[in-house]
Design a protein around this ligand. Structure first.
Ligand code: UDP
Ligand code: MG
Length: 316
């Protein structure tokens, strides 16, 4: 099969018939063999009924329907597991992404050898409250992930080589960082294509402002996982040692000052009045905590089934 199109949807009943007809038209024009996987993320409107009736007229339509709303990432993850096409395309259900982009995305994966091609909504039709924070968000994501050539990490329209989606796990709200997940899994050829973007025709956006706070927290988590995921002691041991050294120097300072004060007649030093005393206490306690965190992290890593997952490029 050439193409799997994975569409996560949450209360998008108005858009589905139009989107399906459009995808069918593009697929027929190019003669691709394909499947459309609608992942219904616990919609409370008539979306699933519409998917069912669309599937009756088109044998290429498959569906997964969650019992409740889990989020876009879990929806994509399940769609990825079910997909069979050589190239897997994800697109939003709200008609903001255009199926006309699919042939070029497919070509970039198959002919140019990209592992992942991410859409870039260069001209966006979203409110300013969304576009400005998004710019900041993308700049941070570029820096942290080291994927310097991407302008739009969170574009719903993306294409993947099948191998990629079978080797990544999208969970929580990590759909914003799939290129980073792919990079961490060992896929290096990540490209970008400028895509057409439309204003939302029906319904309303499913993400509020909390996505920016959560987005940055998730980025911090991913950075930590990719840098220290299997060697947490390298970070916590370093921090713990630093704290211990500072604490030790502070203790030395307390000792020296006390000895000086005992030997001299007119200099009085009281340990509990000294800033060094409190510094030594705080640093020793924090140092110990960092070390213990490191040890516990190592124990958890040791038990993780993922600890020895490597992507092998070649083997004789
Ligand atoms: N979506 C989903 N589960 C959710 C929220 C959103 O499957 O909990 C789907 C939604 O139906 C749409 C896509 O994810 O197909 C993108 O959502 P939306 O258009 O609301 O995001 P925006 O374009 O505003 O960033
Ligand atoms: Mg949208």
């Amino acid at each position: 099969m050439d193409i799997s199109i994975v569409v996560p949807l949450y209360n998008e009943e108005e858009s589905l018939p139009e989107l399906t007809a459009w995808i069918e038209r593009v697929m027929a024009e190019h003669g691709y063999s394909y499947e459309i996987i609608f992942v219904n993320d616990g919609s409370t409107d008539g979306s699933q009924g519409i998917v069912r009736s669309l599937a009756q007229n088109n044998p290429h339509i498959r569906s997964i329907s969650f019992a409740r709303n889990y989020g876009k990432s879990p929806a994509l993850n399940e769609g990825f597991r079910k997909s069979q096409g050589d190239v897997v395309i994800t697109m939003d259900a709200d008609l903001q992404d255009s199926p006309d982009e699919i042939p070029e995305l497919y070509r970039m994966i198959m002919a140019e050898g990209y592992d992942l091609v991410s859409g870039w909504k260069k001209k966006r039709y979203d409110p300013l409250s969304k576009t400005i924070p998004t710019k900041l968000f993308n700049a941070t994501a570029r820096r942290v992930s080291g994927i310097k050539n991407l302008h739009d990490f969170n574009c719903g329209l993306k294409a993947y080589r099948k191998d990629v989606v079978k080797h990544i796990e999208v969970y929580g709200d990590m759909h914003r960082y799939i290129p980073y997940l792919a990079k961490n899994a060992g896929y290096k050829k990540i490209g970008e294509k400028v895509v057409q973007h439309q204003a939302r025709k029906y319904g309303h956006t499913k993400f509020g402002l909390d996505r920016f706070v959560n987005g940055y927290l998730d980025l911090a988590t991913l950075w930590f996982q990719s840098s220290f995921g299997v060697k947490p002691m390298h970070l916590f041991g370093l921090l713990g040692s630093l704290m211990f050294i500072i604490g030790f120097l502070a203790v030395l300072a307390v000792l020296v000052l006390k000895v000086v004060s005992i030997c001299s007649e007119d200099y009085n030093f009281y340990v509990t009045n000294s800033v060094y005393f409190y510094l030594s206490l705080a640093c020793m306690v924090m140092g110990l905590q960092f070390f213990l965190t490191g040890f516990i992290g190592e124990l958890i890593t040791r038990n993780s089934p993922e600890r020895n997952n490597y992507l092998i490029a070649e083997e004789f």
